[in-house]
Design a protein around this ligand. Sequence first.
Ligand SMILES: *[C@@H]1O[C@H](CO)[C@@H](O)[C@H](O)[C@H]1NC(C)=O
Ligand SMILES: *[C@@H]1O[C@H](CO)[C@@H](O)[C@H](O)[C@H]1NC(C)=O
Ligand SMILES: *[C@@H]1O[C@H](CO)[C@@H](O)[C@H](O)[C@H]1NC(C)=O
Ligand SMILES: *[C@@H]1O[C@H](CO)[C@@H](O)[C@H](O)[C@H]1NC(C)=O
Length: 454
Amino acid sequence: MSDSPHHPAWFVVLLSLCCCWTVCSPRPHHPTVPGTQPTQIHLSYTGSPTSMVVTWSTLNNTASMVEYGQGDFSLRNSGISTLFVDGGKKHNAQYIHRVVMTGLKPGFRYIYHVGSEESWSAIYSFTAVQDDTNWSPRFAVYGDLGYENAQSVARLTKEVQRGMYDAILHVGDFAYDMNDKDGEVGDAFMSLIQPIAAYLPYMTCVGNHETAYNFSHYINRFSMPGSHGKDMFYSFNIGPAHIISINTEVWYLDEEGSKDKVIRQREWLHKELEAANTPEQRQKQPWIILMGHRPMYCSNVAKDCIMDESFVRQGIPKQGMPGIEDLLYKYGVDLTIWAHEHSYERLWPVYDKMVMNGSMSQPYTNPQAPVHIITGSAGCKERLTPFVPNPKPWSAFRLDDYGYIRMTILNSTHLYLEQVSDDQDGVVVDSMQLIKLKHDSYSTRSYSGSRRDL
Ligand SMILES: *[C@@H]1O[C@H](CO)[C@@H](O)[C@H](O)[C@H]1NC(C)=O
Ligand SMILES: *[C@@H]1O[C@H](CO)[C@@H](O)[C@H](O)[C@H]1NC(C)=O
Ligand SMILES: *[C@@H]1O[C@H](CO)[C@@H](O)[C@H](O)[C@H]1NC(C)=O
Ligand SMILES: *[C@@H]1O[C@H](CO)[C@@H](O)[C@H](O)[C@H]1NC(C)=O
């Protein structure tokens, strides 16, 4: 397009028409698809390799059908729709459809379309999750992705469509915010991520930008496994990993019943970790990975980082609300992934504010505490969060630019992750190999003799 002087006349006419179209014409307020047309199509994993959930929206109340198969539409399932009304003045309404695709052959590629006899979507595809604990699943991991300034979306879309990942982990904060403009920002965001989320399981975690109207946008728009519904915590197995998603907002609600919510989640997490940490279970899923939106440790210029104590880590003792760091230590959680701060930070293995390296030269080989990573800079209108100048000794690497993590669980002993900088055109700016020859409680090991009883 550099030889502009030689453009034919039609090009100039076309160009001016285009300019006029964008500059002079009013933007339609609503998308111009018929009310029966499926929009905002996204997948989520059920936890069973033979099934996958697809979720979408329509303005009209239509049937909820999906046709799918290995290169054809030989399979067909129907599901349910629920009417979701935004809490804003306009009471914008949409039907949210959920259908489980069942009978999948693990590891095989499927095509599908969704809709009803009134309107069908385009064709999408996905690969059924493998049913093999020796498989090496690959994830893109990030938090804090908005509709405006969604910087990493283009790169992620390209990489997802090239087959670089098996699932996404979105560690809280969507759209900024899904309820904004009477929910239209949520609709626009879900359409923005459709070219990602229609092709692989888009697994989520709730963040502080989802609190409006009792988290109803988050609860209605996503379909995570376990159906803990309003509690918004859940877990699933994938390959050699057990992945847990928690709700860190319970410590910040500041409303009646918050304490019950904190305690209910802790009790659930306790049982959950106990079950995941039995020798038989850890034989199958050696890696326990926990994601939550607000970090326990961080070194940004932000209230959560500057406060003396993290609520998530230590709870709010004055109000009888426990934190959860002791559980992560006791049950040998390998990796924790957080967001909320709009930056990337990797920590040395840490427990109770103490660095607990595997060894000085190989801190991530058989570490003696969980490893924490913060990745909250996929891109949003709030831009980046600066760092404090002198981080604590647990901070290993920090970078204040836009990007996301690629994580591969190589096998039962090796996990690799790297941070991609979108600002630097996709350059890998940091990486870590976590090596665990044994996965179990940290508190039963000899060095922990002096630690308080957990
Ligand atoms: C869709 O819903 C609108 C509003 O309720 C209604 O006017 C229209 O007839 C419906 N269209 C179809 C195809 O059902
Ligand atoms: C939120 O939940 C509370 C308690 O369940 C309820 O009283 C309140 O009406 C709900 N608010 C909205 C906006 O749904
Ligand atoms: C942990 O390991 C890193 C990297 O070798 C080192 O810089 C740091 O000082 C170690 N911290 C402690 C407390 O051993
Ligand atoms: C696990 O992967 C690492 C890195 O690729 C490799 O060095 C190691 O031998 C593998 N271990 C097993 C048990 O396959």
